[in-house]
Structure formats: C-alpha cells, structure tokens
Ligand binder design. Structure first.
Ligand code: AMP
Ligand code: MG
Length: 404
C-alpha cells in the first residue's frame, strides 16, 4: 500500500509529465464572473492609488503649523468635495472645508476631522484638538504606484482582489478555463434523492458531495448519474466519462464480487497507477489516466469519497488550473485527548477543533465509521493520525484539515 504522499506524487507526476500539453488555457471572463477563479495574468496598477493626495476624514484641510497651538481659529476659504476638488491654496491662518475622498488643496498638509472642530461662523472654524502632520489624508500613490504589479498570475481571485481589479479598470480578466469533471455514482442499492428507498436501498449522496467539492475546487462538474453494478451500464457511463478532463467514479472499487469499476477501466485501457492507499478511510482509491483524461475510482462510503477527493483530486485540479497553491492546507493543533494510531494506515478522522490562547486545540469527534455523515457533520475538522504503532498523547501536536 502506498503512503498518501507517494500517491499524491504519482498523481502530480502524471500531470507534470511532458507529453501532456497545457491543459487549462486562459480564457477572458467579465470582471463580475472572475471571483474565485484562478488569475492568469499579472495585473498592473494603471494609475497611482490613490491618484491624488486624498482626504480620509470629513473636516478641514489645514497647515500643520496652524494646529500645533490650540484652540486656534482659521478662516475657511473654500470647499473640496469628492469628485470636485478646490483650486484654493491654503495659506497660514486659512483652511479649506474637505470631505472624505476629496483632493487635498495646495498648501494644506493635514486634515483635522470635523469632530475636533467647532464652527464659529460661516467663514471660520475653531480647531479644538491638535493633529499630527499628514493626519487624515493618504498621499498620492501610498497604496500602489502606476505600473506596480498588484496581482500575480496564479492567484485565486478573492474579494479584495475583485475590488482591486475593478479599481484598475479590468472589465475583462484572464482566468484559467475550468477543468470539466465527469461524476459517476455506482451501486445497485442507490436511488435518487427524490425517490423513496426500499428496505435494502439508500439514496445517492456522493454525486452531490463530489460535485460540490469539484465546484469548490474551481472546476466544472458534470454528473452522469448512477451506473448499476453491471458491466454494460458501467461501460456505457465510463465511456462517456472518458471524454472529460477528469473522470470520478464513486463506489465499486473494493474487493466485493460486484465491484467492477477497475475491470471496466482495464477494458478501456485506462493505465492504473495505484489502487490502494495506506489511508483510513479511503484505502481502495484508484488513480489512472487514459489519453488526456485523469481517472479516479473513489471508495463509495461517503466520508472515504470526500477524504480521497480532498487528498488527491483537489490538488490535481489546483495544478491544472495553475493555481499558486496546490497542496491541501494543513494546520497544527494540540491534542486535547489521546488518539490511537494504526501502524498500517494514516487515518483522517472527524474531529472537533477550537482556537484558544493563540493556538488550535483538537480532539477526535464521535463517529461510527466511513459512512457516518451524521458524525462528520457534527465535526469541523479532519485530524491526521500518522501510521505508526502506539498512541498520540494528550498535549502532542497533531495536524488537521479545517472543514467549513
Ligand atoms: P462500495 O465502495 O461500492 O463498496 O460502497 C461502499 C459503501 O458506500 C456502501 O455501503 C455503499 O452503499 C455506499 N455508497 C456507495 N456509493 C454511494 C453513493 N453514491 N451515495 C451514498 N452511499 C454510497
Ligand atoms: Mg458498490
């Protein structure tokens, strides 16, 4: 059995292998559709930001020397508002009324906020509190200079980035095309969600969770429905699935008499590179490729499927998208209760994690094995228990994946 890291290396080495062309070309999308996509261009600031010395308070633009001694009374000689600056020059003893976002008039070097002033007459104001020089304003170019790189290719476009792109005038943004991922559930016991299962049936949940994981990873899911545990049905669906960038089949990869997925993979000439991982849950995870299609057979138990997707499929999608970070985000926590190790397999177990006193604390959550979605939904993390003899003790450091 392969350790998880080795399995991931194999997936990545296929993705990196030379005969594969650049799978995910860049495509332009309207700015509004670009959030959470992977940026494929370096974006430069098209102007200084802010583009002028800008007030960041409502108040009065003054000369610092006039507000050192307070209270002082200054003569108001003009008004500068957002979108309409003032052409006055602020001389000693004078000031200019100013609003947030307005250009600082010539001569002024400080903005006293209105809360620290008292209007004496329509043309004069008393400064009640001294200010620091340059207070209440942002100098031209303080955030970025024209021509500065503000975003780099490979970045997942977040909310702040979206605002930055808008500010930089990018109405169209180059992002990675989404890999198209075919999803097939397998099993004679499965019925669709709107159906009522007979006594020996269950509802298909994997198609939903896998598609959601695919979307969350930044790819486009296409569900091909449920294949029954017979060669004809599996052949028909898997043949269709092999036309996509990635094919994910859930279930049918264990040792049971009706686990036929690997047989059909072999019939189609899928080159399988591993079919067992030293991971609990998720041992019978299958990975191979066929032409330019990456092929996964994930174990059918809902939590096994999720974990295997997270460890192997998600990093592949990130790589194909040319995202700057491909590895799952792993954090450290202190164990609040001992956790038993398995010498054969690394385990990923639902856990409860909390943040307290500057660090994470974790303990395994109650669950009844790899089909227990109830237990998983009450947990907020997956703790990674290394494969070795013995026990992780209370107070030991353990790694975990945070779940939303
Ligand atoms: P298998 O890997 O096909 O042996 O399935 C392992 C377990 O996962 C069995 O209890 C299945 O009923 C269950 N299972 C398989 N596919 C799904 C699915 N799409 N949704 C929910 N449970 C599933
Ligand atoms: Mg099955």
């Amino acid at each position: 059995m392969l350790p998880i890291e080795r399995g991931l290396e194999i997936v990545m080495s296929v993705a990196k292998s030379k005969e594969r062309p650049d799978r995910m070309p860049a495509e332009p999308v309207p700015l509004a559709d670009s959030v959470h996509r992977i940026l494929r261009e370096d974006v430069l600031s098209d102007a200084d930001s802010p583009p002028f010395d800008k007030a960041i308070r409502d108040g009065f633009a003054v000369r610092f020397e006039d507000v050192v001694q307070i209270p002082s009374v200054l003569t108001i000689i003009g008004e500068s508002r957002a979108g309409a600056g003032s052409s006055v020059t602020v001389q000693r003893g004078k000031c200019c009324e100013i609003m947030t976002g307005a250009p600082l008039p010539a001569g002024a070097d400080t903005v006293v906020m209105v809360e620290n002033t008292e209007r004496v007459s329509p043309t004069s104001v008393r400064i009640l509190k001294t200010a620091r020089e340059n207070e209440g304003l942002l100098r031209r170019g303080a955030e970025a200079r024209q021509g500065d790189t503000i975003l780099r290719s490979g970045r997942r476009i977040g909310l702040a980035d979206l605002g930055l792109l808008a500010g930089a005038g990018k109405s169209s943004v180059a992002v990675s095309r989404k890999p198209r991922v075919a999803v097939i559930a397998t099993g004679d016991e499965l019925v669709e969600v709107h159906e009522n299962p007979k006594p020996d049936q269950i509802r298909n949940s994997n198609s939903y969770t896998i598609c959601a994981q695919v979307e969350d990873a930044g790819a486009e899911p296409i569900t091909l429905g449920i294949a029954r545990d017979n060669l004809e049905d599996l052949r028909e669906k898997i043949r269709r699935g092999l036309d996509y960038d990635i094919l994910i089949v859930s279930g049918g990869v264990s040792m049971g008499k009706y686990d036929l997925v690997e047989k059909v993979f072999a019939e189609f000439g899928v080159e399988v590179l591993f079919d067992k991982i030293a991971m609990k849950p998720g041992k019978p995870t299958v990975f191979g490729h066929h032409g330019l299609t990456y092929v996964f057979g994930l174990p059918g138990n809902p939590i096994s499927t999720m974990v295997a997707f997270h460890m192997f499929v998600r990093p592949l999608i990130q790589f194909l998208l040319k995202a700057e970070a491909t590895a799952p985000k792993i954090l450290d926590a202190k164990l609040e209760a001992p956790a038993k190790c398995d010498p054969e397999r690394a385990a990923l177990v639902p856990a409860l994690v909390r943040f307290d006193h500057g660090q994470y604390w974790i303990q395994t959550a109650p669950w009844k094995g790899s089909s227990d979605l109830v237990g998983l939904s009450r947990a907020n993390a997956l703790i990674m228990i290394p494969s070795r003899p013995g026990t992780l003790e209370r107070g030991d450091t353990a790694q975990f994946l945070l779940m939303e």
